[in-house]
Design a protein around this ligand. Structure first.
Ligand code: SF4
Length: 370
């Protein structure tokens, strides 16, 4: 059995760590590329969510590379993510690919079925070793999230463009290679030292927050490197979502530093209920960023995403009421990096201009429409 799954930011470190610990065979799909996008767009329905296409492209490339078992989270709910696994299974079978799709559902009623699937996937390893492997992988994921956060906060100070990104890539490898909790503790201090040793220069701070659909916020290839672009434009960046926020269903966001309740309450004047995905948190996160003195918010959403379309229709009002510029980026297979770069550049300039105006006590309430 050769198991694979689609890319999503640092998820590959978590899942591959679990399979390594258990000594099971797995295969990472080739790195996402233009070809991944073309395959997903060719086989995926035109109006499907963009992540359905990108993950479909990953699956096709994984099968071509030798994977025979594909895992995907599934479920039901007021958003289409729960149906990805079944939709993708049908598409891939009709296209003639041979594989087995294993949808993992974590709703209470589906737990027995999910445990049966996990029993097959662990191929005779004990449940206790599986739990140990998951806990260790989560520790790695938590460290990676905090390292990514450090990179978001410091990239704008880089003396040499790309230096923080290079250091972060080294950190990923160090975390990946740590084989025990002791080693991971050592790596933690070495990795933070490495990141903090990147030479920086004094720069004016302009603070930009990121909100949006979970997958696209976390997946740098398909969001066209928005975080890195913002950092290179001189912005201190924060996001309201990290991978471990999602892996801990308690609602506590250990890395982002808030509880889901906080952003739900902040969203109340604009949106009073869950609309699927992260729509509610995109609105609430924007309000929280404004309260924390951020100068602008970038909202990232896949084309045809239902919850984020709702958030996108509300955010202009939030922007007007609270005086914080919001840029919604709708991304699909036709979106070009240059177009996004131009919009981000104009947006960071605007946020910087508004900050300076505010520091000089000027009233700058006119809101350009983005
Ligand atoms: S959150 Fe949006 S993009 Fe993601 S599955 Fe739901 S509708 Fe599709």
């Amino acid at each position: 059995m050769k198991i694979s799954w689609p890319h999503m930011g640092s998820l590959e470190f978590v899942l591959s760590s679990v399979f390594e610990e258990l000594g099971l065979d797995y295969l990472l799909p080739p790195p996402s590329s233009q070809r991944t996008l073309e395959l997903g767009a060719r086989y995926g329905p035109e109006f499907a969510c963009f992540p359905l296409k990108t993950t479909l492209g990953n699956f096709i490339e994984a099968i071509e590379a030798g994977a025979d078992t594909l895992i995907m989270v599934a479920g039901r709910g007021p958003c289409r993510f729960g149906f990805y696994a079944e939709t993708q299974r049908r598409i891939l079978e009709e296209a003639g690919y041979e594989f087995r799709m294993v949808p993992l559902e974590f709703e209470p009623g589906k737990i027995p079925a999910t445990l049966r699937k996990l029993r097959e996937l662990k191929q005779g390893r004990s449940w206790s070793s599986l739990v140990r492997a998951i806990k260790f992988a989560l520790s790695k994921a938590y460290l990676i999230d905090r390292l990514e956060r450090q990179a978001l906060h410091q990239r704008y100070l880089d003396r040499e463009r790309g230096a923080t990104t290079k250091a972060l890539e080294k950190c990923y490898r160090m975390v990946w290679e740590a084989g025990s909790y002791d080693a991971l503790r050592r790596v933690e201090s070495e990795a933070f030292d490495l990141l903090r040793s990147v030479p920086g220069v004094e720069r004016e701070t302009v603070k930009v927050g990121i909100v949006g659909e979970f997958y696209l916020v976390l997946e740098p290839f398909f969001n066209l490197g928005v975080e890195e672009q913002l950092g290179n434009l001189g912005a201190y960046v924060e996001r309201n979502i990290y991978l471990t926020d999602w892996l801990r269903p308690s609602g506590k966001n250990p890395v982002a530093g808030h509880h889901d309740r906080d952003s739900e309450e902040a969203a109340q004047p604009y949106l009073t209920h869950f609309v699927g995905g992260e729509g509610l948190h995109s609105v609430g996160g924007t309000v929280l960023y404004q309260r924390h003195g951020f100068d602008g918010v970038v909202h990232i959403m896949p084309f045809t995403c239902m919850p984020e379309t709702i958030a996108k229709s509300i955010l202009p009002q939030v922007s007007r009421d609270l005086g914080i510029p919001v840029l919604s980026l709708v991304i699909d297979e036709m979106t070009g990096k240059a177009g996004v770069a131009t919009r981000l550049e104009a947006f960071v300039d605007l946020a910087r201009f508004r900050r300076r105006a505010g520091e000089r006590g000027l009233d700058y309430s006119l809101q350009p429409a983005f």
